[in-house]
Design a protein around this ligand. Structure first.
Ligand code: 1GP
Length: 252
């Protein structure tokens, strides 16, 4: 199985290069918005497109990815909220195990069901520990997954969860306050988790400004993900990507 993107994640972490990912949820975007977001992303040197959502109810997934691929070579990584959100047109898939929760289906069950399809797919499979952290409002993912997020002030639980995930062989950690979180994950939790594990750390949920993006990268995020803020204001992409990239040269 190819490991091109995984190697890039590792190399970037080693070099201290911070990356910015634009999250596109096919359900939330109109076709005109998508084109704006893609155009702005190309101009802004966005590093990755994450594509997915908790509740994709339309058939736009393939179409959206084809549209992106026609216009640029920014890697498209699936961030699936369910087993129906797989498209062979993407480059890679975050194979998420929801390790902050205790729902066996989302720890291993759904993975068994999708394994045979993924095994024969051209997708790069990125095994990822998915850690939900309370962001001050109940989120779709928390409701859909039927799990509790880690309380926002319990840094030690987040650190132990990430370490356990890394011991289990997960290659990336994604800490998420959930789309539309009122408060993003705290800098202190990000710093402690990033010091506790060696694997690349992805941070998202409730990040709304370029300043916040930079702050999360400086705290220890290797990849900063933004969805909602860009959906409502695509022109924010430029400043956000620049803010994250700026953090690259600064030692944490
Ligand atoms: C959600 O981390 C992502 O899974 C992004 O969240 O939409 O709040 O930016 P926002």
């Amino acid at each position: 199985m190819q490991d091109t993107l995984y190697k890039k994640f590792l190399q970037d972490k080693k070099d201290g290069k911070k990356s910015f990912a634009c999250l596109l949820d096919p359900d939330k975007l109109s076709l005109s918005n998508v084109d704006d977001a893609i155009k702005m992303s190309i101009e802004s040197e966005v590093d990755y497109f994450f594509v997915g959502g908790s509740l994709i109810v339309n058939l736009m997934l393939d179409e959206l990815i084809s549209n992106i691929k026609k216009q640029c070579d920014i890697p498209v990584i699936l961030f699936p909220g369910g087993t129906n959100q797989i498209s062979y047109r993407a480059d890679a898939l975050l194979f998420l195990s929801l390790i902050s929760g205790r729902n066996p289906d989302l720890l291993i069950g759904k993975h068994v069901e999708t394994a045979p399809f993924l095994k024969i797919s051209p997708l790069e499979i990125l095994s990822t520990g998915y850690i939900l952290v309370d962001g001050g409002v109940p989120t779709t993912v928390s409701y859909m997954s039927n799990t509790y997020p880690i309380p926002g002030n319990k840094d030690d639980i987040a650190v132990c969860t990430a370490i356990a995930g890394e011991f289990l062989g997960l290659k990336l950690m994604y800490m998420d306050a959930g789309s539309g979180a009122r408060t993003p994950i705290s800098d202190s939790m990000i710093t402690k988790v990033s010091s506790g594990v060696d694997c690349p750390l992805i941070i998202g949920g409730g990040i709304r400004t370029p300043e916040m993006c930079k702050q999360k990268a400086l705290a220890g995020a290797d990849v900063v993900v933004v969805g909602n803020a860009i959906e409502s204001e695509p022109s924010l992409v430029k400043e956000m990507a620049a803010a994250v990239h700026e953090a690259s040269s600064v030692k944490v």
